[in-house]
Design a protein around this ligand. Sequence first.
Ligand SMILES: [Zn+2]
Length: 77
Amino acid sequence: MKQLVMTSLLAVASTPALAHPGEHDHLTGLESAGDHLLGSPFHQLMFVAAIGGLVLIFSLVRQARKAKKQQAADRAS
Ligand SMILES: [Zn+2]
């Protein structure tokens, strides 16, 4: 489980290497950065993938904790 979480975090952390061609030099402020990030299909895809990945990680962690608790309860009875 920890290995899966760590692998996922490293995969997400390395996404700038896969960024679309071009620079972000034209971004002068928060507003232009927001326009670019929300208007670019590449960045929208990254947001969706990141949110999906986070949901998956939380779901897996929750499932693992639940299974661990169930095992402890089964052992106690
Ligand atoms: Zn960009």
